[in-house]
Ligand binder design. Structure first.
Ligand code: ZN
Ligand code: MN
Length: 137
């Protein structure tokens, strides 16, 4: 795997410890955190980083295609370092957002409607329901 600093540099971004921290955090989580969650998780190791910096950094990353923004119907967006289109599940009880690992659902629009008179640039498939953990309760 490429070093984070190199990835940022190749995208033309100035490399700062805070940018590296945000990108690494996103690469190492499956939780699809929002800016607030990223800020909280990095606060102990990056006490000088502000929430505003996290927002700004995420915005840079999104514009450069380093992360994808995921709107699951909450007030704040979630972020995913996996930028290819892939389906998600959202638990309406605990709020967790997970990847849905089902090959058949990847690029489902392109597969099912090849002659659609429409250029699909992005699609977002989200299944809402109750996760396994919450169903056990
Ligand atoms: Zn749940
Ligand atoms: Mn994902």
């Amino acid at each position: 795997m490429k070093e984070t600093a190199q990835i940022l540099r190749e995208k033309g971004l100035k490399v700062t410890p805070q940018r590296i921290a945000v990108y690494n955090m996103l690469c190492n989580t499956t939780e699809h955190p929002n800016a607030e969650m990223i800020y909280k998780s990095l606060e102990p190791t990056n006490p000088t980083m502000s929430l505003a910096t996290v927002y700004k950094t995420l915005d840079f990353f999104k514009q450069l295609g380093l992360v994808q923004e995921l709107n699951v119907g909450e007030p704040s967006s979630r972020y995913d370092a996996v930028v290819q289109c892939h389906p998600h599940t959202v638990c309406k009880v605990c709020g967790r957002v997970d990847d849905l690992h089902m090959e058949a659902l990847i690029d489902v629009t392109k597969k099912l409607v090849p002659d659609l008179d429409f250029d699909v640039e992005m699609e977002q498939l989200i299944l809402y329901g109750t996760c396994g953990e919450c169903r056990k309760k």
